[in-house]
Design a protein around this ligand. Structure first.
Ligand code: HEM
Length: 278
C-alpha cells in the first residue's frame, strides 16, 4: 500500500509540473504530499470506515466526510496520539482478515496468473523489485477485487503457524497487549458504557459457541479475557460492517481524535487546507 501511494505521489508531481512549470521541487513535493494526504483521509474515512463501523457509530462520532464546504470540528484540546490499546489490541483486528495466499490478477481483470502462499512472501522483498515492480500492480488488482474476510476468532494458518517461518501472530498480539499493560476486555466494556459481564453466559455480544471456547480457554475467569481476543470475536454490529460494539467504540474514538485533533485535516479552511475549488 505504501508503494502505491508513493507512486501516486510521483504521478501527481509530474502532473503539477506541467501545470505549474515555475514551482520549485520543494513546492511540488509539498503540494503533492498534501494531495496524497487528502486522498488517504478520503479513502480511510469515506470508503474504509463505512465497512468497519455502522452509520450510527460514524454519525455519533463525527466520522463522516462533508459533501461540500469546510469542516470546523478542529479541537486543539484533542490529543490525536495513537492510544496504547488501539495499537496493541483494537486495530490488529485486521489480522483476522489476512488471507492464506495472494494471487496476481492481470490487466484484463480476469486472469489470475499465479497464487502465492502468504508464508512464501514473508521477509522476501523480491516481489517489489521483480520486473521493475510490475507484480505489485497485479497484486493490487487481486487485492481490490477479492472480498475481504470477516473479522472473527479464526485466523489463517500462515500467520498462526508460519509467520516469519515459525511465529504465531495471534499469540504475539495477545502477549503484546499484556506487555503493554492493556486492561482486561470487561474494563473496556465498562469504559464504553456497555453491559459488563460477570460470567461467560453474560457475554451476550458473542456467539454461544464462542462463549464456551472462551470459558474453557480462560478457565472460567471472566476478568482475565484479553481485549484483543474478545474484541475480534464479538458479533459485528451489522451484517455489512466488521466490528462488534467494544471494538467499534474504541476504534471510533481513535479515528475521531485523529480527525478533530488534526489542524491540517484536508477539509479545513485556511493555510494548510485546500480552497473549495481544489
Ligand atoms: C499479511 C498481513 C499482515 C502481517 C504479516 C502483519 C504482521 C504484523 C506483525 C508481525 C506485527 C507486530 C506484532 C508484535 O510483535 O506485536 C503487526 C502489528 C500490527 N498490525 Fe499487522 N500484519 C498484517 C496485516 C495487518 C492489517 C490488515 C492490520 C489492520 C487493518 C494490521 C494492524 C496491525 C497493528 C495496528 C499493529 C501494531 C502496530 C504498532 O503497535 O505499532 N496488520 N502486524
Amino acid at each position: 500500500m505504501h508503494l502505491l501511494f508513493v507512486r501516486e505521489h510521483q504521478r501527481i508531481v509530474k502532473e503539477l509540473k506541467t501545470k505549474q512549470p515555475t514551482w520549485s521541487d520543494n513546492i511540488l513535493y509539498l503540494e503533492a504530499r498534501k494531495i496524497v494526504g487528502a486522498l488517504m483521509q478520503q479513502i480511510t474515512y469515506g470508503e474504509y470506515l463505512p465497512l468497519v463501523l455502522t452509520d450510527d457509530v460514524r454519525n455519533n462520532n463525527g466520522l463522516k466526510l462533508l459533501d461540500d464546504g469546510f469542516s470546523t470540528d478542529y479541537d486543539p484540546k484533542v490529543d490525536p496520539t495513537i492510544r496504547n490499546e488501539f495499537a496493541v489490541g483494537v486495530f490488529r483486528f485486521g489480522h483476522s482478515q489476512i488471507p492464506d495466499g495472494l494471487g496476481h490478477l492481470l490487466h484484463d481483470f480476469n486472469t489470475i496468473q499465479e497464487d502465492t502462499p502468504l508464508e512464501d512472501l514473508f521477509l522476501d522483498p523480491k516481489l517489489l523489485v521483480t520486473n521493475g515492480g510490475s507484480k505489485v500492480v497485479d497484486l493490487a488488482r487481486f487485492i481490490i477485487t477479492e472480498e475481504a474476510q470477516k473479522v472473527d476468532r479464526f485466523f489463517e494458518s500462515s500467520i498462526r503457524n508460519t509467520l516469519f517461518g515459525i511465529t504465531d501472530l495471534t499469540s504475539l498480539n495477545i502477549q503484546r497487549g499484556r506487555d503493554h499493560g492493556v486492561a482486561p476486555y470487561i474494563e473496556y466494556r465498562r469504559y464504553c458504557g456497555l453491559s459488563v459481564p460477570t460470567n461467560f453466559d453474560e457475554l451476550t455480544d458473542h456467539p454461544e459457541s464462542t462463549r464456551q471456547v472462551l470459558k474453557d480457554a480462560y478457565n472460567d475467569e471472566i476478568e482475565d479475557i484479553d481485549l484483543f481476543v474478545a474484541g475480534v470475536s464479538e458479533i459485528p454490529m451489522s451484517d455489512s460492517t466488521f466490528l462488534g460494539p467494544t471494538f467499534s467504540c474504541l476504534l471510533s474514538e481513535q479515528f475521531r481524535a485523529l480527525k478533530v485533533g488534526d489542524r491540517f485535516w484536508y477539509e479545513r479552511e485556511g493555510p494548510g487546507g485546500f480552497t473549495e475549488g481544489k
